[in-house]
Design a protein around this ligand. Structure first.
Ligand SMILES: Cc1cc2nc3c(=O)[nH]c(=O)nc-3n(C[C@H](O)[C@H](O)[C@H](O)COP(=O)(O)OP(=O)(O)OC[C@H]3O[C@@H](n4cnc5c(N)ncnc54)[C@H](O)[C@@H]3O)c2cc1C
Length: 373
């Protein structure tokens, strides 16, 4: 589809979590928005496990049929001994990610955004204060690059690019246990050096995957055989396999140019520890769109300046990522798994210290109620 010469306030490249959130937000505020998506639909060929932290699950009113709450984390050492981690009142949500992205597309369209599928950004330039995007031939006053870890927008407009990655691969099976309420995470420096293996009780499915630092050859079948004691024999072949790159080097630099801003994975907005990027894509997708609205509608400051203040930087996490990359021998993980220090560290990574605060709050409330009684 060629829309030669058509003019938009905002063009967004990529209809993933970040792009679709930005599109819905900007269109609802009366910007004329177009989204270019390379795939035939957003939910096609999903590359992510799609787990949402509670904050992300609450960020939009997702249809509950597309989510499944999971209340605990079961963390395994390489010898498959485990500890359970839980935070009162907290949950993760597995998602039917394919349907969730299609629902987000509908939401953006309903807000007034035009979504062009099968539309791969190949080239672009700035002329007379407008950005021109090829091959569709549209002109826009501003563009948001939400086109994932290897952003073409970043390359075309000379912005920062992700350089450090984890690689992940996952298989999805029909066979699942509807009573399972744990996100199973496996420390395994042989199969997943620098990250983890996982088994997720998904929405009507079970997802098993591994991710590791770049350069490591991923052996998912070997990992699945290893954890068979936990999963039971996987008799049927997987119904889907997927995989992709996870940026882990922190936010790119620069994130913006004269009429262009990066967001989501394109901007490196992924937690370098958990590899989770969906919550940040939703949060900053929305905030980036609001900044563009301020700039175009109300003479606000440049979105690049606003988002440079807002986007998270690596900070101390850079040190922790280096520690995770060390891939210590199995015996070390087997030995430390049950220790208080390790549990505290694991709580920090998975729950970001929320459980300490939550437990204190619950204790405080119990005290108040028992005094009242
Ligand atoms: C194996 C794996 C498992 C993961 N599991 C989780 C998880 O459980 N929880 C979590 O929070 N995070 C997870 N992540 C990370 C998470 O998937 C990303 O952080 C998140 O998808 C980022 O959203 P985004 O919108 O920025 O980019 P993306 O989801 O990558 O979306 C980018 C979109 O841009 C499109 N696109 C790309 N290039 C072009 C182009 N030139 N023209 C037009 N369109 C283009 C793509 O087709 C895509 O639809 C995982 C990642 C991987 C690889």
């Amino acid at each position: 589809l060629r829309l030669s010469g058509q003019e938009y306030d905002l063009a967004i490249v990529g209809a993933g979590f970040a792009g679709l959130t930005a599109a819905a937000t900007a269109a609802a505020r009366d910007l004329k928005v177009i989204v270019m998506e390379a795939k035939p639909r957003s939910g096609a060929r999903v590359h992510t496990t799609g787990i949402l932290v509670k904050e992300a699950a609450e960020a939009l009113d997702f249809p509950s049929a597309l989510l499944r709450k999971i209340h605990g984390v079961r963390l395994y050492a390489p010898n498959l001994n485990h500890v359970d981690l839980v935070t009162p009142g907290y949950y993760f949500a597995a998602t039917d990610t394919d349907a969730l992205l299609d629902w987000m597309t509908l939401r953006a369209r309903t807000a007034g955004a035009t979504i062009l599928t099968d539309s791969h950004l190949l080239a672009g330039c700035t002329r007379d204060g407008w950005v021109e995007l090829e091959p569709v031939g549209v002109r826009a006053r501003f563009i948001i690059g939400a086109d994932g870890p290897q952003s073409k927008t970043a390359r075309i407009f000379g912005l920062g690019q992700n350089r450090k990655f984890l690689t992940g691969i996952e298989a999805e099976y029909c066979h699942h246990d509807p009573r399972d309420d744990h996100l199973h995470c496996f420390l395994d420096p042989v199969y997943a050096p620098g990250y983890l293996g996982w088994m997720v009780p998904g929405v009507g499915v079970r997802q098993i995957g591994i991710a590791a630092k770049a350069g490591h050859k991923l052996d998912l079948n070997g990992f699945i055989s290893k954890i068979e004691k936990i999963t039971g024999e996987m008799q049927e072949p997987p119904i889907h396999t997927r995989g992709g790159l996870i940026p882990c080097g922190g936010r790119v630099n620069p994130i913006a140019g004269r009429n262009v801003l990066l967001v989501g994975d394109a901007a490196g907005l992924v937690s370098p520890l958990t590899g989770g990027g969906i919550h940040r894509a939703l949060t900053y997708g929305r905030r980036a769109a609001l900044a563009v609205c301020d700039y175009l509608q109300d003479g606000g400051s440049h979105p690049g300046i606003e988002m440079a203040r807002a986007y998270p930087t690596l900070g101390a996490k850079s040190f922790l990522r280096t520690v995770m990359n060390l891939a210590l021998p199995n015996a070390v993980y087997n030995g430390v798994l049950g220790t208080r220090t390790f549990r505290a560290f694991a709580n920090l990574i998975f729950f970001n210290r929320r459980n300490v605060a939550a437990l204190r709050e619950i204790e405080r409330q119990r005290e108040i109620y028992s005094r009242a009684a």
